[in-house]
Ligand binder design. Structure first.
Ligand code: GLV
Length: 311
């Protein structure tokens, strides 16, 4: 297969091209560049935020391998051919990192590590009451590769864990809720709400006032998915009213988050620059190469995006 690599954000695209070529010796892998004279013969592209020109200059593309799990931005690209198969990254080393990210924030809140850090600055020796896991039920929005790994990590530490998803597929160690009808009961038992949903018209704005109101008191939000899941003004109001105790946010509507944005300086919001789960080169290349080899053998592959569901 003739394969091109086209990522607008990657600083070292040649490393990806080299690793993909090494993993796929029977195929040809090259760096695609906008405007460069191109053979127009590529059948597959490995991409992150590719320019629209890719589809104009490569009319024979059949497969688009996304270097991330979320395909929301890709699906909005003008000129995206309807017959193209889009393949999302399944885990690719992200799920473990995201479980760690969520665990860090839960422990910081539940064990009072943030408060102890403040106390240290005041040389204050003050022991808070021990934490009980049953007081910190964790609820995960999304139960795919990432959500189920996050659930597994919390369940292994004996936190009460629930997941909510569209389909309600079983997840070991977690109580499962599904569909709009299952959301109120899921939220009512949740104190730490962790979002790893794909961004679709059905999930956009799901982190809103109604959702915050339905959670257990003194709840904490971790958003590791997309900025557009969150209604920003509702979060600020929920923190102001004390409905939420705090939030850890890794994804934003506008990235980089503008310097003037109120989230940066908010004492109860912790901002990170979209790093909760980063696709790791080795695992990502192995996965994509495995799928290209399977396709070349005429086999079906997993992770193909359902255009109707938009993930
Ligand atoms: C990152 O945000 C991804 O979608 O993988």
């Amino acid at each position: 297969m003739d394969i091109v690599f086209a990522s607008r954000h990657d600083k070292h695209p040649e490393e990806w091209v080299r690793a993909l070529q090494q993993a796929l010796p029977d195929h040809s892998v090259r760096l695609w560049m906008e405007g460069a004279a191109s053979a127009g013969t590529a059948q597959a592209a490995v991409v992150w935020a590719p320019p629209q020109a890719l589809f104009e200059q490569e009319p024979h593309l059949r497969y688009l391998f996304n270097l991330g799990a979320g395909v929301d931005a890709l699906l909005q690209l003008p000129g995206l051919p309807a017959e193209l198969s889009i393949v999302r990254l399944e885990d690719g080393g992200m799920a473990d990192q995201m479980a760690e990210y969520a665990l860090y924030h839960l422990l910081r809140e539940a064990r009072g590590f943030g408060q102890y850090a403040d106390q240290q600055r005041q040389a204050r020796w003050h022991r808070m009451s021990p934490m009980l896991r049953e007081d910190w039920p964790v609820g995960i929005l999304g139960s795919g590769r990432i959500g189920s790994r996050v659930a597994q990590v919390f369940a292994a530490l004996d936190y009460p864990v629930a997941v909510w998803s569209r389909q309600g597929l079983p997840v070991a160690g977690a109580e499962v809720f599904s569909g709009p009808e299952g959301l109120p009961a899921f939220l009512a038992r949740t104190r730490v709400l962790i979002n790893v949903l794909p961004l679709t018209p059905a999930t956009q704005g799901i982190l809103c006032q109604d959702t915050f109101e339905a959670l257990k008191p003194d709840a904490f939000l971790v958003n590791m998915a997309r900025g557009a899941h969150l209604i920003e003004s509702d979060l600020l109001a929920a923190l102001e009213s004390g409905r939420l105790r705090g939030a850890a946010l890794d994804a934003f509507i506008h990235e980089p988050l503008p310097a003037s944005h109120p989230f940066w300086a908010h004492p109860r919001i912790q901002v990170t620059p979209h790093v909760a789960g980063m696709s790791l080169l080795g695992q990502t290349v192995r996965q994509i190469a495995g799928k290209i080899q399977a396709l070349a053998r005429g086999e079906a592959i997993s992770g193909v995006v359902d255009r109707a569901q938009q993930y």
